[in-house]
Design a protein around this ligand. Sequence first.
Ligand SMILES: Cc1ncc(C[n+]2csc(CCOP(=O)(O)OP(=O)(O)O)c2C)c(N)n1
Ligand code: SF4
Length: 290
Amino acid sequence: MTPQDFTTKEINTWCPGCPNFGILNSIKEALAELVNEGKISVKDTSLVAGIGCHGKIFDYVNLNGFNGLHGRVLPVCLGIKLGNPDLTVVGFGGDGDTFDEGVSHFVHACRYNADMTMMVHTNQVFALTTGQATALTEKGFVDGSTPLGQGEKPINSLLMALDLGATFVARGYALQGPHLKELMKKAITHKGFAFLDILQPCIVYHKHSVPYLTKNVYKLEETHDAGNFSQALERVREWDYSYEKDTKVPIGVFYQTERATFESQWPQLKQPWHTIDRKTNWDNIIREFK
Ligand SMILES: Cc1ncc(C[n+]2csc(CCOP(=O)(O)OP(=O)(O)O)c2C)c(N)n1
Ligand code: SF4
């Protein structure tokens, strides 16, 4: 397979130059490579997206799935996983989608450790609705809905995920495609809940993050042990999603571990019931409605 095999006929309506294009390219490359390596199959892979600029990725990747409600990516992913644990499930959310409307789902997804992946397009604004502050926007950010400046500190989503028990915690940068593709492959093949934060600066409503990130992003790989939880905590604290100081911003896999998945602990799912070829008994159904 090639990345082009995942292209759809939909007209792309992202702003020209939006880093979401980088995410789109990387996911198509990651999926093609995983299929070619025999690690996933197209038929058994499901894509879920939320509502927002990020959510349009649903239209641009040729995979089955579900474009859900704002903030509800994770419950849909979990429903798919419980319906058929053999499927590979990949969710895409915005930072508003995931950490405002959908924050409770994120909390429990980290705790449950179902075998699925959540990729968050972190642009630190509600971009589709013209740039209001999200839970990840830096303090002091001014826009039409916060004319006096955003009052609260942003959530550090990686720190939150670690504390809540996510078994794979990583961050990529939409403008570093090859590195992001590798992170996506690792996240998708991880057994358990994988959280991949993707820095995706919105070049319309949060454009100051582009030069900042381009200057400060660096790769963790050489100096970091992803099996060490204390080290992971230290590294995710290096940048707090704010822009006051010229702080380095690490990307890469911060933490990876193994523990029992949510679905492996459900006795009902130990029987391969979802593979049974069930026949519809129309007579019974009609009788019920008569
Ligand atoms: C429950 C609900 N609240 C609000 C909206 C309006 N809404 C649609 S898209 C959007 C912003 C999405 O922002 P984010 O999730 O950060 O994604 P981005 O557009 O930045 O990719 C909002 C607030 C909605 N559709 N549903
Ligand atoms: S508004 Fe921002 S996030 Fe949305 S498509 Fe345009 S540049 Fe991308």
